[in-house]
Design a binder for this molecule. Structure first.
Ligand SMILES: Cc1ncc(COP(=O)(O)O)c(C=O)c1O
Length: 372
């Protein structure tokens, strides 16, 4: 083994985050209160969105609560690309609906519109495009398809905090977007997530549903009260975000410009350093405008696992995003050619704001040496 250990991903925490968590602890109120309220309004301002931002306790619950509040359930189908984290699938099947595995485009790993179109049936209620590696430039085609077939669009934007597309922040527009703030995402609240939507009826349903369906409980808790006599009309969940999480999330959001800059610098350094290597292929994403949560390369000629082992031997951790969901026993389906091709090639390189440019140079050098 040579070189110091380079981690694949991690959070980046400064004194600002530590002070914020201490502030929340000193309040001795750990429920959903003023910190969550402030985090939601700061996120709304950051995204530049007209609609509502509703914070919940994970990105998975953001997806699940959205589907549940759209009354999607048994007998319904939701289109989803197989190349995603199992969270997208579990969120769909938790409602009783069926995730319908779709292929992806080879050059973007984004859901294939052609394949999705083929899989639409009378039961299809929604499409869940995944912002794979923070890219969602192909989203317009999804909205076009959704309009044609009257589908709801739930963007799995777990990777996309801090991204821009078409000159607007991701989160500014769209039917429904679900973000994740888990420990290694572009910003973290420990665990956490948010739903962003301009659909006011849906937003109110989600606000109630995150606190066990207790109607208007969010409004009460934000003013320091709670509901003692109330009504419940729909299934709810215990998915609210706590003030401790929100305090951490707010501190991270205040540092997002810096965290984003580091992720962009790293992605561009990889792109420039590896672009000429003919043994690999890169996704040609808009690295100057996205905030890369993961940096994925495609390794040709069946050498992915050999490169992975070689990097591991040199103390560089890598990952494979993702094991296709249609391979899993619970979600088994017909083969998906592009997903399977990509799965044989993809390798995720280390990216997080605390990596230095000399760390990245070392990874690039190792890969280029391996490719010769
Ligand atoms: C594509 C994708 N969707 C959904 C999720 C779920 O987010 P969380 O881990 O916050 O539940 C993740 C997070 O890992 C993800 O990568």
């Amino acid at each position: 083994m040579t070189g110091t250990n380079i981690r694949l991903s991690k959070c980046s925490i400064s004194q600002t985050e530590k002070d914020a968590v201490m502030r929340a602890l000193n309040n001795e109120y750990f429920g959903m209160g003023k910190e969550v309220q402030a985090f939601e309004s700061e996120l709304k301002e950051y995204f530049g969105c007209e609609g509502e931002v509703i914070c919940v306790n994970t990105g998975t619950s953001a997806l699940h609560i959205t589907l549940a509040c759209l009354d999607i359930g048994p007998g319904d189908e939701v289109l989803v690309p197989s190349l995603t984290y199992v969270a997208s699938y579990q969120a769909i099947s938790a409602t009783g609906a069926t995730p319908v595995s779709c292929d992806v485009d080879l050059d973007s790993a984004f859901i294939s519109i052609e394949d999705a179109r083929k899989k639409i049936t009378k039961k299809t209620k929604a499409i869940m495009p995944v912002h794979y590696a923070s890219n969602s430039l192909q989203i317009d085609a999804v909205y076009k398809l959704a309009k044609e077939f009257n589908l709801r669009v739930i963007e799995d934007a777990a990777h996309s905090v801090g991204c821009e597309r078409d000159g607007k922040r991701v989160g500014a527009i769209g039917d429904i977007l679900c973000f994740s703030f888990d420990g290694i995402k572009n910003i973290t609240s420990g665990e956490g997530g948010a739903v962003v939507t301009a659909d006011q009826t849906l937003a109110q349903r989600i606000k109630d549903a995150r606190l066990l369906g207790v109607e208007k409980d969010t409004e009460k808790r934000f003013s320091g009260e709670r509901s003692w006599v109330f009504d419940v009309n729909h299934q709810g969940f215990r998915y609210h975000m706590s003030d401790i999480m929100a305090a951490l999330g707010r501190a991270q959001l205040s540092r997002l410009d810096f965290l984003k800059q580091r992720r962009q610098e790293i992605a561009l350094q990889y792109f420039e350093g590896l672009n000429m290597n003919s043994a690999i292929e890169l996704f040609n994403f808009d690295y100057k405008n996205i905030c890369s949560h993961i940096f994925v390369i495609k390794v040709k000629d069946g050498k992915r696992d050999a490169l992975r082992d070689y990097l591991q031997d040199n103390n560089v951790a890598t990952g494979v995003h993702y094991y296709p969901n249609h391979f899993l026993s619970k979600y088994k389906s017909e083969p998906l050619a592009n997903v399977e091709t990509l799965y044989g090639q993809i390798l995720t390189l280390p990216i997080h704001p605390d990596l230095t440019s000399s760390d990245i140079s070392r990874v690039i050098e190792l890969i280029n040496k391996f490719g010769l």
